[in-house]
Write a protein that binds this ligand. Structure first.
Ligand SMILES: Cc1ncc(COP(=O)(O)O)c(C=O)c1O
Length: 362
């Protein structure tokens, strides 16, 4: 069975802590999964509704209007002056999980993923039957000709670490020398706090040449659209063309009303500014409360999480928080070297964040 080759579904392991936290008299504060809780922007909902009479099959490549909206957003928000290929995806998780397979990566091939990272990169490599190497240092990898893909993620889930343009450039150079593809997951690009994250496709990194480079984007966090499943990939025209060719056969098509909603979301930055303000306020109050409660917060200069530690096993910290009715994600979900951290999401209502702050500082 294919599922036997995959890791345990990590969130199931959190159920006992969740039961403890949910028993708190003032209720659960769930800061574990990081699912958006604020409203879908009104203009996006209106666009979805207006496009709901959609009897025909949508285009896998996206409507010309959506493709133009993606290109426009990349030019404005990612400082890109060239013309990368673009392709909408059904959220980004499916793309992350299937990318190695879609690109023909398989047994005998190696995919490099960050030391501490979003678990779906590893899932995607296992689905393809290839080998995973966790590494943040490409020089440590040496000249392994089996490397076909290199995942990077900035701002990082879970650590909130940002990779500077010079680092991105080095990864691109390294991969190009070996004919490997660099995939940069930039789902949290709009959430820079103490640092401004840079896209791998920016002129600063690629200088308008996207050979062997693709970026993965999502509207889930930027526009509170996790429920719509709206994302896209952009970059090397040949790679995007290949993805389109396979995805057309496989029926990996973004529904027409969601394509229309994506255009409305990409064309508007006001709701992004508003959402950022909400997260910034929650971040400040949670950060102060965690620090006052003896936590150390590392990295977390961007993104949706506070990467926190009490210098003890992460499950002990998860239990400590659960006794206070707060659920966090254990670092162990993200890699063997993260066993002493917990990931605290900023995705709870202001009322629930205030409850967590009160409990942490009691
Ligand atoms: C780093 C990273 N990539 C991709 C995703 C997938 O997001 P979605 O499928 O909602 O676009 C997530 C979700 O949390 C994530 O943290």
């Amino acid at each position: 069975m294919l599922s036997a080759a995959l890791p345990d579904f990590p969130w199931d392991l959190l159920e006992p802590a969740k039961a403890v936290a949910a028993a708190h008299p003032d209720g659960l504060v769930d800061l574990s999964v990081g699912t958006p809780v604020d409203p879908v922007p009104a203009a996006v909902r209106a666009a979805l509704t207006a496009a709901s009479d959609a009897p025909g099959y949508p285009l896998t490549a996206g409507t010309p209007a959506l493709r133009a909206a993606i290109a426009g957003w990349l030019a404005r928000s990612c400082a890109i002056s060239g013309t990368p290929g673009v392709l909408p995806t059904i959220g980004s998780k499916e793309l992350v999980a299937w990318l190695p397979t879609l690109l023909g990566v398989g047994p005998g091939d190696v995919v490099v993923i960050p030391q501490v990272c979003y678990p779906t990169y590893e899932v995607g490599v296992k689905l393809a039957g290839a080998e995973v190497v966790r590494s943040d240092s490409l020089t440590a990898l040496g000249p392994d000709p089996r490397v076909k893909l290199v995942w990077i993620n900035s701002p990082s889930n879970p650590t909130g670490k940002v990779l500077p343009a010079a680092h991105l450039r080095k990864v691109v150079d390294w991969a190009r020398e070996r004919n490997a593809v660099v995939v940069s997951d930039e789902c949290y690009l709009s959430l820079g706090w103490d640092e401004s994250p840079v896209s791998v496709l920016s002129d600063e990194v690629c200088g308008g040449d996207y050979t062997g480079v693709i970026a993965v984007h999502s509207l889930s966090k930027r526009s509170n659209l996790a429920g719509y499943r709206a994302g896209f990939v952009a970059g090397d025209l040949a790679v995007i063309k290949e993805l389109l060719a396979v995805r057309k056969h496989a029926g990996m098509i973004v529904p027409a009303p969601v394509q229309a909603a994506m255009i409305a979301a990409l064309d508007d930055e006001d709701h992004v500014v508003e959402q950022r303000k909400r997260y910034a306020a929650r971040r400040e109050s949670l950060r102060a409360a965690l620090t006052a409660a003896g936590f150390t917060i590392e990295f977390s200069t961007a993104g949706l999480y506070l990467w926190s530690t009490r210098g003890e096993d992460c499950w002990k910290t998860v239990d400590w928080l659960a006794e206070r009715g707060i659920l966090a994600a254990p670092g162990a979900f993200y890699g063997p070297s993260a066993a002493q951290h917990v990931r605290i999401a900023l995705t709870a209502t202001d009322e629930r964040v205030a409850a967590a702050v009160a409990r942490l500082t009691a």
